[in-house]
Design a protein around this ligand. Structure first.
Ligand SMILES: CC(C)(COP(=O)(O)OP(=O)(O)OC[C@H]1O[C@@H](n2cnc3c(N)ncnc32)[C@H](O)[C@@H]1OP(=O)(O)O)[C@@H](O)C(=O)NCCC(=O)NCCS
Length: 158
């Protein structure tokens, strides 16, 4: 990202299917197993999609995203990421808070997500927001050439 960014000014916008290509591009820069634009298109077009983008800078550029799905009184965060050059400025926290507010307005009672047990950044973020461990999926994440990693299931009551 070019130029000095004032991170006090972060715009949080609803994400819709038209944003699928840029989310796929951002995701590919952050995760070893990239999700393609068609996968994002399907997720964002789902009626339960509760997904947001974070934009920063002038002109505004997308720096982060959260994709989640509501189903009855529960919601699942499916993916969340912030561009490497915009991390540690509170963008992910704002994205999760925006998603939690929208979910609460839709009468969701609990948020869930899965996170690698070694993902210190994400665990710090979620535990700081009050998420608690409610389960573990053994060997859930496969890493080529390395041992599989357990996923922790975290939940937050709204
Ligand atoms: C996890 C991730 C989304 C955090 O985004 P971010 O915008 O940098 O997070 P924030 O600035 O909102 O951080 C909020 C809190 O999370 C914790 N945190 C964030 N990054 C951290 C890190 N690298 N190490 C330790 N704690 C961290 C801190 O408690 C932080 O609060 P603080 O800055 O006041 O100390 C980002 O690191 C990322 O995109 N990682 C790669 C993709 C990923 O793992 N996604 C999550 C999948 S479940």
């Amino acid at each position: 990202m070019t130029g000095a960014i004032d991170y006090r000014h972060v715009s949080i916008l609803w994400a819709s299917p038209e944003h699928a290509p840029e989310l796929a591009q951002l995701h590919a820069g952050l995760f070893a197993k990239a999700w393609d634009a068609d996968s994002f298109l399907r997720l964002l077009a789902h009626p339960g999609s509760t997904s947001f983008l974070a934009r920063v800078g002038t002109p505004p550029q997308t720096a982060g995203f959260i994709v989640s799905q509501l189903a009855a009184d529960e919601a699942e965060i499916l993916t969340l990421g912030v561009r490497k050059d915009s991390q540690r400025h509170g963008i992910a926290r704002r994205l999760v808070e925006a998603m939690a507010r929208a979910a609460k307005n839709a009468e969701v009672r609990r948020l869930f997500l899965e996170v690698g047990q070694g993902n210190a950044a994400a665990l710090g973020l979620y535990t700081g927001l009050g998420f608690k461990e409610v389960g573990r999926r053994k060997g859930y994440y496969e890493h080529p050439g390395a041992a599989p990693e357990d996923a922790l299931v975290l939940a937050l009551a709204l």
